[in-house]
Ligand binder design. Sequence first.
Ligand code: SF4
Length: 501
Amino acid sequence: MSKPTVILRRCPSYDVDRIRGIVREGLQSLGDLPRGRVLVKPNGVIAHRRFFPHAFTRPEFLDGVLGAVRDTAPDVQELAVGERCGITIPTRMVFAHAGWTRVVKRHRAKAYYFDEEPQVEVKLTREPRLRDFLYTPAPVARADYLINCPKFKAHPWTTVTFALKNFIGIQNDPDRLIDHDHRLDEKIADLQEIAQQRFIAIDAIEAGQDRMLTPVPFDLGLVIMGDNPVAVDATCCRMLGLDPAAIGHVRLAHEKGFGPLDEGEIALDGDVTLEQARGQAKGFRVGLIRVEKYFKDTRITALAGPPPEKVPGDYCWGGCPGAIEEAIEIVRQLDERADEKMKPLTVVFGGYEGPITPRAGEKVVFIGDCARWEGTLDGQPVKIESLYRDRGHHDPHRARADGIFMKMAKVFWSLFRRRKQRTLRAPGCPVSVAEHTLLLARLGGTRNPYFVPASAVPFMRAYVTSKVVRCFRRLFGMPARIRAALPEASPAPKSLPPASE
Ligand code: SF4
């Protein structure tokens, strides 16, 4: 069997024709051309030209990839682009803001907004795993050929986000939030069993450093392609001087047999050597900063203890602490005076055991189900009990997630009820980025990002359209969640390497 291949190609700008040529050559050289139902999965976690310009796969890149598919496989049964964006935004809005809608139309492709599609149960068999099945949108389950097009970015939960991590977007919110906690790395490894990534093309022309929603742009000038997500991610890690075995989700995907980590087991190709790529990536800043440090020298005091289960570092890297880091950046992005306006606030995560010394009038918010603490506040004894329930209590068959207006109502009601109290609890496991954003904006006295005029009107339009489409489909089409996989679906990818590899 030939080695998985990673191709590094120089591409200094978002020139659509050049990207199209590079991807076409990549597809041809790997020799596994698109066929049947082709689904392209870009990264559109959030997109807005003004507020979030660097978080998503650029439309020029998507344009080049779709063009290359048309060039190499003109007779595919279906060419589609599908994604579920983040923070409770309707995905159709992100398609429009990312500039993908017009690109999709130009290539006569179909757009799948995964939050509006029926969700299909897919059984998992590889060990070890967190669950025996997962839900995924029907277009993912029935795709014959999946092309993954992530953006090369840093990430506060997983250090980096390349091909493997981009699979978080193949789940809709209710399923995505299950296990999005201190076991997130395992969840990402499990997701790889849902669908095989037959071709990967990473938008690494302008990479994103520091964070995932509001990354700082980094001129990397590369298109990175390959036929195996672990091999691609391991190579990207090496470019940044990271040991791929030290990046949890990459190591776990390797251990589950999804691909190799060792340099000797990966064939490198292209017009850029790994050494040259390392040179180009020099100075790139990855994520993974503990929340206490992240908020140092701000008006927010963050205190964190261990999550309820023993995990490396005794810290919940996949849940609430990372979510609040992303949330404060959203608040800053939409209100340039946010830091200046922000009222002092203490936030507490996990099993924190030290003292809490808030200033006069300052609220103390215990964030997440696992937050617990015992001590004295204002001379009074305070005991905060953990609400955490084992993950066995979360049944994906009955998974639900609140829409943004329900989240707003819950957050604002709980703040109103506790307006005269010193402490407050934000329940959930995890507490989502959207809830953190609402909480920070309200308690900090800054603008509510969901009501900023430049984005509120398109948001409302997309929200209402998305709701109407979903209702219509439920009434006249498939149910929202299907217990068994679609008859034509191929949920267990046939050509994945055997689990023992
Ligand atoms: S409640 Fe939050 S911090 Fe605690 S385990 Fe869940 S996601 Fe992690």
